[in-house]
Unconditional design. Sequence first.
Length: 205
Amino acid sequence: MTRSGNEAIDAAAAIADTTRSRNLPTWGDLPLPADTANLREGADLNSGLLALLPMVGVWRGEGVGHGLGDDGADLSFAEQIIVSHDGQNFLNWQTRSWTINARGEFIAPLFRESGFWRISEDDSIELLVAHAEGSIELFYGKPLSQTAWEVATDALVSSATAPKLHGAKRLYGIAEDGAFAYVEERLVDGELSPRLSAKLDRYAG
């Protein structure tokens, strides 16, 4: 069954009944609004970010790294994504992932990203991502619907010690069950190839 964007948002709201009391920890001693991943608390979301509103929250789940394991095999990973704001016209983006075994147990750290989402008056999306492995990537794109967003690499800069990384396309969306899901494809020999996919449940917000 295909749901409308409003139905997907309603489903996410129902799930939030168990997560609405959770938010990011705060120090409480800065003269600035605290970052919040819970739309019920803290600064009001900037009106310029309404097209990105459904992704605000803390999300946890599992995914697959396609061809990233030993001898080109797939690997399983777990991930936490934090999408927060402080009332300014951007979203904070933080991801941490780690490899897991077949029982879901921790093996080793995997990827880590920090960045910012912005969206212009004509709904053009900018996503700036710094990869802990030594690369900085700028994505541009558009909302596909109220609950889906697609971006593609426009610029990529890597340090001398960073692994070789090529451009990518990412599709993010809120699934029918309220989960936050994404697929990343990266260029391999000039063709986009699946690299990462994951589905994460709302943990806070």
